[in-house]
Design a protein around this ligand. Structure first.
Ligand SMILES: [Zn+2]
Ligand SMILES: [Zn+2]
Length: 105
């Protein structure tokens, strides 16, 4: 173990015991902070890759723009002049909107 820390009160070398630095003068410091900071950066990179595709895009629909096979079915509410509820597919990859009834006709 090469991790070393010096006491800010008596400047003697502190001993690492578990997750705490201990000094002969009785001063203690947590060593957990150091390990948390080292681990935080690689985790962020993984999250960026995962958010590339919309996790809500679970419906099978072929995007007319990029050809991606999964899309999110989104309701746009009921129009006053029409009794049918308007729904459309939003591509999970490029975000392109395709009307749901466009495929039937
Ligand atoms: Zn000390
Ligand atoms: Zn698309």
């Amino acid at each position: 173990m090469m991790l070393m820390k010096f006491c800010k009160y008596c400047s003697s070398m502190m001993k690492l015991e578990g997750k705490r630095f201990m000094c002969a003068c009785g001063h203690e410091e947590s060593a957990e902070k150091i390990t948390l900071e080292q681990n935080s950066s690689p985790r962020k990179e993984v999250k960026i890759l995962e958010s590339d595709i919309n996790p809500l895009a679970v419906d099978n629909h072929l995007c007319s723009k990029c050809g991606f096979g999964k899309a999110q079915l989104v309701s746009k509410g009921i129009f006053v002049s029409d009794e049918d509820e308007m729904t459309e597919y939003v591509c999970g990859k490029c975000g392109h909107h395709d009307p749901e009834d466009g495929l039937k006709s």
